[in-house]
Design a protein around this ligand. Structure first.
Ligand code: HQG
Length: 179
């Protein structure tokens, strides 16, 4: 399939596997999984197309389970799911890409999950820059993840390399660096 179709199918999958399964008549289990056959029927795609979207997706947003009979989004949900990810020891520094307009509120209350389940943190500045750039001119905040973990904050690493945590209090945020 061409790149445009890949993006289109990926967006539809994201919508239904993260945010609105009911709109496609799908029901996610508590860990976010749904039967592949149900997805194919609901979204009108072939098994080969689904496999290609899962394999070629630029951010590896989706995974099949071990048997290949179920599929889920790796992170980014707004519906209630417990992905069951193990807790992981983060690197000393993680990064968060955002825009300048959000900074006053972020400085006051720290990073919050907003409409998602967890705050998403990036392992490197380039990834954070791209995340921030979705909303405008990106700025990057350094997050003292090592200090947070030492203070008892829990981190999880999604299957596609995104670090997840409940919230980042302002004292763990470094200066904002415009890109
Ligand atoms: C901001 C995409 C005001 C936060 C990306 C962000 C990522 C605050 C926005 C993944 C705030 C939330 C997640 C506060 C946080 N006051 N604004 N206290 N705390 N914010 O989309 O991190 O393509 O939910 O800075 O690439 O931008 O969907 O989070 O601007 O990996 O796979 O509130 O989503 O991946 O926005 O992005 P989001 P995010 P996908």
């Amino acid at each position: 399939m061409d790149d445009q179709q890949l993006v289109r199918l990926s967006k539809r999958l994201s919508k239904h596997l993260r945010h609105d399964p009911a709109a496609a008549g799908l029901v996610l289990d508590e860990a976010g999984w749904v039967e592949v056959d149900a997805v194919l029927t609901a979204l009108g795609m072939s098994r080969e197309q689904l496999a290609e979207v899962v394999a070629r997706n630029d951010k590896r947003r989706f995974s099949f389970d071990g048997t290949g009979t179920r599929v889920r989004a790796n992170q980014g949900h707004s519906v209630a799911v417990d992905l069951g990810l193990p807790t992981a020891e983060p690197p000393e520094i993680l990064y968060h890409g955002t825009v300048a307009a959000a900074l006053p509120s972020i400085r006051a209350e720290g990073l919050r999950p907003m409409r998602r389940h967890a705050v998403h943190l990036s392992p490197d500045e380039e990834t954070a820059r791209r995340v921030g750039a979705r909303r405008g001119a990106p700025v990057i905040l350094r997050v003292a993840a090592g200090r947070m973990a030492a203070a008892g904050h829990v981190f999880q690493l999604s299957a596609n390399g995104v670090w997840l945590t409940d919230a980042v209090p302002p004292e763990y945020l470094g200066p904002a660096v415009a890109q």
